[in-house]
Design a protein around this ligand. Sequence first.
Ligand code: 6PG
Length: 257
Amino acid sequence: MQQDPKVHISATTESLAVFARDWLVELICQHRSKHSPPHSTPFTIALSGGSTPKRLYQLLGELPVGTIDWSRVLLVWGDERNVPQEHSDSNYRMVKESLLDKIEIPEENVIAVPNAGQSPEAAADAYESLLRGRLPNGQVRFPALDCVLLGMGDDVHTASLFPETAALKDQTRLVVANHVPQLACWRITLTAPFLNAARNVAFLLSGSSKQTALARVWHGPFEPDKYPAQLIRPVSGQLWYLIDQAARGDIPLKQPA
Ligand code: 6PG
């Protein structure tokens, strides 16, 4: 049963990052209270790439030690550019510099896309196997992540699900390689059905450049090939829009279904 999206509007970019940090800490704490040792299932989160979440990741890295028990959190990536981890475009590198270098997290809890920068199909296959092997309930059709963070491009892409690309059609895999002609590049991305299996899916949007894309998702015709972020409809999880006022503009709020 799909739930109505929850929308939180922050006044500024910084207050949005602070809210998102506290929101995520709360999710993790709620999970910890439900999954106490010895049967402590880790909290699983797919991180967004791009620039918007950087400040959130920095704020998470600045939390007092012990606020989050990172030994009970598994980090995966919602998508990755097909470049080596040291490349300036790498989403792994962005997360490493803004978060991983500041926290104590077991190396095995950081589940990045392996061998990005070589064969994108091989990287996607390897990531699929890795996730199937490491995620709780990894062998079910679409394992439920506890949280997915997503951005949204001006062209209404999300993760690396870009308009009119093959990945939009995949209904069986967790991860695919996706050729993006608009960028003349390959990406590795989680698929829409895998993202939609998550318990919490949050779009984190900041800045006036997001207004048009957000309006299309909230009020535009349902044309997911053109507007892939419209594919994000958690099957039973909660969809969140964590946005700032600049991203909202004067767009009427999305009405409950
Ligand atoms: C990526 C992201 C992508 C991003 C949007 C928004 O790898 O770039 O996964 O989906 O979230 O393009 O990017 P900004 O946050 O930089 O606006």
